[in-house]
Design a protein. Structure first.
Lengths: 120, 379
C-alpha cells in the first residue's frame, strides 16, 4: 500500500511497517541535497515530529514523521551520498522504516491520485 | 510565501521567466534564486566557465560635483566613508562602507571615479536610505542622482574575459577594479572588472531598454549560463565576502568586521586626512586597541552545514558562549560546509576549535583563514 502526506512524504506499508521517504516533488523543490541526518534506530516519534533533516546548498528542511511509531531501520546510503535523494527519491533513497503504533493509521493518508492532485 | 504582486521587477524579468527561473522575493524585488540547473551546477559552472547574474536590483548612483571638480565630490564623500576617495584615480573603483556615528556600518558599496563624477553601486535593500544619506551629506557640493533607467549584470568566472573579449577586444587591458565605458553590440555600457564571487569577472551597467538584448547575446555563448541568487550566495561565502545585513550591519564596526583593509592609510591615525567620517573616534580607537570580537572564517569539521544564527561555544556543553555564525552553508567548490561569523577576541586564532549549536548538538568548527577558495582577480 503506497500512501502520501501533504508534507510530501511517501509511505510503503507492509505488515505494519512503513518505509518512509520524500516525494519526487519534494526532492525537486529542495534542490541538490548535500547533507542528511536520520533518526536513531529504536527512537519513537509522534505524527508531525521532526524525524530527519535534509540540507541543500541554501537551506535546512525538516522531514516529519508521518504517523506515530518506532524507527526500526534507517538508510545509511543517503547519509553517505545525499544526492541519491535527488536521483531516486521514491526508490533507493528511502529514509527510515517505521513500525506503526496503529497499523491501520495509514489508511487515512492520501492515496497516489490524491497526492498528485495536491502537487499539480 | 510572501505576496509576489507588489514586488518590483528588474528589466530582465521576462528573460528570467523564459529561462525557467524560480523567482523569490528579495529586497523588494522578484528575483531568480535559481534556474533549472540548480544551485550546485550554477555555482560550479561559475568557477569553471562563466556565470551571468542579474544584479539590477542594486542601486546605481551618480555623484556629480557642482564645481565641476571631481576632487570636491571626493572630499565631500569622504565625510561619509572612511576610505580614500580623493586618491582614487580616474577609471578606478574601490570598495567602501557608509559608517554611522557609533562606528557601525550602514551599507557597503563600490565607488568609481568616472572623471567628471563618481559612480556608486549600493545594496538593493539599503538603496533608498543610502540615497537620502548621500543627499543629506552632499547637497551643498554635489548633485546626487539615483539611476532608474539602467540594468546591472555581472559576468563572472575564468572564461568571462574571453566571452566579453568577443564583443570588445580592449577588455584584456582592464585590471581588477578598473572601470571603463565601452560599446557592447552598439550599446554604451559601463564595465567594471570586479564582482562578488572571488573569480575574475565584470559588472556591466546597461541602459534598461537594451539590457535584455545584451544579456541574451552574452547567454548565447556556450560558456555562459544564467546564475541565480542561491549560487551568488554560496560563491561569495566561499570567497569570504561579506553580505550586508548578515555579516556586517549597524552593530558591527569595520575593525570587528575584519574589513580594515578597506580603510587606506590616509584616513587612519597619522594619515593625511585622518578621521573625519562618522564614528571615527570609535573606529580609530579599535584600530589602536583592537576590538572585543572579530569576524572570522569558520570550517565545520563534519559534513553538516552550520547556518547563520547558530551560537558558538567554547565547550561541547553550550556553557560558554564565544560567538555567533553570521553566514553559513555548503560550499560546492570546497565540497563541504563553510561559514563565517563573529568570535570573542580570545578565539580568533586560526585553528581554534569552537562548537556550533545545531539542532541541540554541539558540532566542532575550526576558525579558518578566509577566503575558502583562492581568489583569481586579474591584478
Amino acid at each position: 500500500m503506497l500512501k502520501f502526506t501533504d508534507e510530501h512524504e511517501w509511505l510503503k506499508v507492509e505488515a505494519g511497517v512503513a518505509t518512509v521517504g520524500i516525494t519526487e516533488h519534494a526532492a525537486g523543490q529542495l534542490g541538490d541535497l548535500v547533507f542528511v541526518e536520520l533518526p536513531e534506530t529504536g527512537s519513537t516519534f509522534a505524527k508531525g515530529d521532526t524525524a530527519a533533516t535534509v540540507e541543500s546548498v541554501k537551506a535546512a528542511s525538516d522531514v516529519y514523521c508521518p504517523l506515530d511509531g518506532e524507527i526500526v531501520e534507517v538508510n545509511q546510503a543517503i547519509v553517505d551520498d545525499p544526492s541519491l535523494v535527488n536521483s531516486d527519491p521514491q526508490g533507493a533513497a528511502w529514509f527510515f522504516k517505521l513500525k506503526l503504533a496503529d497499523p491501520n493509521a495509514a489508511d487515512a493518508l492520501l492515496d497516489e491520485a490524491a497526492y498528485k492532485e495536491l502537487v499539480a | 510565501m510572501e505576496e509576489i504582486s507588489h514586488l518590483k521587477h528588474t528589466p530582465l524579468h521576462a528573460l528570467h521567466l523564459s529561462l525557467g527561473a524560480r523567482m523569490v522575493p528579495f529586497a523588494g524585488y522578484n528575483m531568480p534564486v535559481q534556474y533549472p540547473d540548480g544551485v550546485m551546477k550554477e555555482h560550479l559552472h561559475t568557477r569553471t566557465a562563466a556565470g551571468l547574474f542579474d544584479v539590477s536590483h542594486m542601486g546605481q548612483v551618480i555623484v556629480r560635483p557642482k564645481s565641476g571638480k571631481i576632487e570636491d565630490a571626493a572630499l565631500a564623500l569622504e565625510k561619509l566613508v572612511p576610505v580614500d576617495v580623493l586618491g582614487l584615480a580616474e577609471g578606478r573603483q574601490r570598495y567602501a562602507i557608509f559608517t554611522n556615528a557609533e562606528g557601525g556600518i550602514l551599507d557597503d558599496l563600490m565607488i568609481a571615479n568616472r572623471g567628471d563624477h563618481l559612480f556608486l553601486v549600493v545594496n538593493a535593500a539599503c538603496k533608498d536610505a543610502d540615497f537620502e544619506h548621500l543627499k543629506n551629506g552632499l547637497a551643498d557640493t554635489c548633485e546626487v542622482t539615483m539611476l532608474d533607467d539602467r540594468a546591472l549584470i555581472a559576468l563572472q568566472g575564468p572564461h568571462a574575459e574571453a566571452v566579453l573579449g568577443e564583443l570588445w577586444a580592449d577588455v584584456s587591458a582592464m585590471r581588477f577594479m578598473d572601470v571603463a565605458e565601452a560599446d557592447l553590440h552598439d550599446v554604451s555600457c559601463i564595465i567594471a572588472r570586479s564582482g562578488y564571487t572571488g573569480e575574475d569577472g565584470f559588472e556591466i551597467s546597461i541602459p534598461s531598454a537594451s539590457a535584455t538584448d545584451v544579456t541574451q547575446r552574452l547567454l548565447e555563448h556556450p560558456d555562459v549560463k544564467p546564475i541565480g541568487l542561491g549560487a551568488r550566495d554560496s560563491l561569495r561565502l566561499e570567497a569570504g565576502l561579506c553580505l550586508y545585513g548578515n555579516d556586517i550591519d549597524t552593530t558591527t564596526t569595520p575593525v570587528e568586521g575584519a574589513i580594515e583593509w578597506a580603510m587606506q592609510k590616509s584616513r587612519r591615525a597619522g594619515g593625511a586626512r585622518e578621521g573625519g567620517f562618522p564614528g571615527a573616534d570609535r573606529i580609530l580607537g579599535q584600530f589602536a586597541e583592537g576590538a572585543s570580537r572579530r569576524r572570522v572564517g569558520l570550517k565545520p569539521e563534519g559534513r553538516a552545514p552550520v547556518r547563520g544564527g547558530a551560537n558558538l561555544f567554547a565547550d561541547t556543553e553550550g556553557k560558554t558562549l564565544v560567538g555567533k555564525v553570521t553566514s553559513g552553508g555548503f560550499g560546492p567548490t570546497v565540497d563541504g560546509p563553510v561559514a563565517m561569523g563573529y568570535v570573542d577576541a580570545t578565539h580568533t586564532d586560526n585553528g581554534t576549535t569552537v562548537y556550533a549549536e545545531v539542532r541541540g548538538k554541539y558540532l566542532p568548527v575550526v576558525v579558518a583563514a578566509l577566503p575558502f577558495v583562492k581568489q583569481t582577480y586579474k591584478r
